[in-house]
Design a protein around this ligand. Structure first.
Ligand code: M6R
Length: 613
């Protein structure tokens, strides 16, 4: 995810608008920054790896001036963060500049064609190719806009782009497909940006651009077209007027896109993040390479901290069920427990959203020093984990701002499930058609999670706010999801929540259960014997809530002290069961936190990325 902005004004310097826009967009990406300004007869481009503040002061941006320009904050997807990969990018002539948010799926073939046609590509990004594509189409077009449209028609994937052309100094071209884009309408200026916060300091009149639309802004007009199968269709000015909205949000509210907290925004984003993880990885040869290493390795070690460790537990379970390989889960800070036994021929799957967690990196370094190969699973391109791994699988979930990991947990599970399936294919445990049919099911996970989120948001809180303690029990897959559910309740709702294998609870923990003690069960289809454990708790007066999917029957009757909450799944598939079950607990933790007056984005004593021992 990146932030883009493009501004053109009649008679005012646009640099302050771009600088402020970059600050407002930084939450969308913060590994590199850049801008392009049309100045005199050409383009002035400044760009660098790093954050917005250092960029603005290093390049003395307040001293630059111009009437038209672009800005970009980057969250790397193609090519690690570096000065050369930072946007804006230009064509060979250096007269076209572009900023982009999204992923161009056919970048590989476009790159080959462009290079054959003599274009010199200098960065590793997919974005630069678009500038060259426009340049490539120019000789066949009667106008720059026609070249722009022809170039955009050749793109597959997602994009929100803004383009300037030094030969047309009062215009910003734009196009949108599956990445957000808005136009801010000002008095003597117009702005194109990824989202509303980037515009709010300058204007509150907003036009939302839709998928398949493209056009241009000048300081005084907006021209919008829809790219259809039949060609380009102009959107009438009167229809544009009807689409203009006046936004009342504050800048902070707008960054959260109307959600009161990032945590809620990120929970609700899961259908998109899971889809992005699936689509970004399913055909990635890196995954096949990692799978062949997993299959051929002697020991498989799975490590990480917090939520990442929990996702690793599910991976190990799936590995044992599908390709029938046993792996060892180790909490990163406890790597010494297995260190001596690890060596050449072993593989370590190191999972970390940030890729910067100290404990995980230490474990990776220790295992690597002993000769193990490292597969890093991370959300952050260019992170320390990505640099220190032999192979990297990217989660592609987009930035996660809330301290609680939510969307990255489901994306971790998705990427690791794909790795499981390809490992089974590699080992010949599943044939291609069996893998394909499982992949088809996984490709619908985003719809499952969407239904679960909707149901959980509408559900009343079941855990009394006065509870100081609760158990979250499960068997099989449920016992693993319970680990993550308990972490969310602890860190966000500030309630002591202990996850335990339900069968094991009678070996000790049940001693704490008395009348009214809240006990959650996460019941999964692999373990119908959980019924007996529900009865044990009920018999001791516990207030029981069973969370399960609708795809199988549990022989437990709901009553006053036993509630059953069914999450929509529709089919019995163990690989899909985490997606309908975890959102309930993410939302439960969130709701309790807010009801208690806490800030779920900033739980006490916690940091998003823990870079200390
Ligand atoms: O960035 P990482 O995935 O390595 O972070 C690991 C943990 O610090 C993280 O999952 C933490 O437990 C979160 N607060 C969980 O919500």
């Amino acid at each position: 995810m990146c932030g883009i902005i493009g501004v053109c004004a009649l008679n005012r310097n646009i640099t302050p608008m771009i600088s402020l826009g970059l600050r407002r967009l930084e939450y969308r990406g913060y590994d590199s920054v850049g801008l392009a300004i049309i100045s005199g007869d050409g383009l002035v481009i400044r760009k660098a790896k790093g954050d917005v503040d250092s960029f603005l002061s290093r390049f003395k941006v307040e001293e630059l001036s111009g009437l038209t320009g672009l800005g970009h904050t980057r969250w790397a997807t193609h090519g690690p963060p570096s000065d050369v990969n930072a946007h804006p990018h230009t064509d060979c002539s250096g007269r076209i500049a572009i900023v982009h948010n999204g992923v161009i799926r056919n970048w590989n073939s476009l790159k080959r064609v462009l290079e054959l046609r003599g274009h010199r590509i200098v960065s590793e990004t997919d974005t630069e190719l678009i500038a060259h594509l426009i340049e490539d189409e120019t000789p066949f077009s009667s106008s720059f806009f026609e070249a722009f449209v022809r170039a955009v028609s050749r793109l597959e994937g997602s994009y929100a782009i803004a383009v300037v052309n030094a030969d047309e100094p009062n215009r910003v071209y734009f196009a949108r497909m599956k990445s957000p884009l808005v136009v801010g309408l000002g008095d003597g200026f117009n702005i194109v940006a990824s989202d509303i916060p980037a515009l709010l300091d300058s204007t509150r009149r907003i036009l939302l651009i839709e998928d398949g639309e493209l056009g241009w802004v000048t300081p005084t007009e907006v021209k919008l077209f829809k790219l259809t199968e039949l060609g380009l269709v102009s959107v009438e000015d009167k229809d544009l007027e009807l689409r203009v909205r006046v936004v009342e949000w504050s800048v902070e509210e707008a960054s959260k896109q109307g959600y009161p907290y990032f945590m809620l925004k990120e929970i609700v984003e899961q259908p998109y993040s899971i889809k992005s993880t699936y689509e970004g990885n399913v055909e990635d040869p890196t995954l096949r390479l990692a799978a062949s290493l997993v299959w051929s390795s002697r020991n498989i070690i799975v490590t990480g901290a917090g939520t990442s460790y929990h996702a690793g537990l599910i991976f190990s379970y799936y590995l044992s069920r599908i390709p029938r390989r046993i792996s060892h889960n180790i909490i990163a800070s406890e790597y010494k427990l297995v260190e001596e036994a690890v060596g050449e021929g072993d593989i370590v799957i190191a999972i970390s959203q940030s890729g910067e967690t100290y404990d995980t990196l230490e474990a990776v370094r220790a295992f690597k020093a002993r000769g193990a190969r490292i597969v890093g699973v991370t959300n952050v391109i260019g992170s320390a984990l990505s640099r220190e791994s032999d192979i990297v699988i990217y989660m592609r979930a987009g930035p996660e701002i809330g301290v609680a990991a939510t969307k990255t947990y489901t994306s971790q599970i998705m990427s690791l499930t794909l790795l499981t399936l390809f490992t089974a294919l590699e080992g010949g445990v599943l044939d291609y058609s069996e893998v394909r049919s499982k992949l088809e099911k996984l490709s619908g996970a985003h719809e499952i999670v969407a239904r679960a989120i909707e149901k959980s948001l509408n559900h009343e809180i079941d855990l009394s706010l006065e509870s100081k303690s609760t158990y979250i029990l499960g068997r099989g897959l449920g016992s693993l999801i319970a680990r993550e559910a308990a972490l969310k309740i602890k860190e966000i709702a500030y309630i002591h929540a202990e996850s335990y294998p339900a069968g094991e609870s009678k070996h000790g923990p049940i001693a704490l259960v008395e009348k009214g003690f809240p006990v959650y069960f996460i019941a999964t289809s692999d373990s119908p014997e959980i019924e007996g454990n529900v009865m044990e708790m009920k018999a001791r007066g516990a207030r029981v809530v069973v969370v399960k999917t609708d795809s199988w029957n549990l022989d437990v009757e709901p009553e006053d002290t036993v509630k059953i909450i069914e999450m929509p799944l529709g089919e019995n598939e163990i690989l899909l069961e985490p997606y309908p079950l975890i959102p309930y607990f993410q939302i439960l933790a969130y709701k309790i936190s807010v009801a208690k007056g806490h800030n779920p984005d900033k739980p006490r004593n916690l940091a998003k990325t823990v870079t200390v021992e």
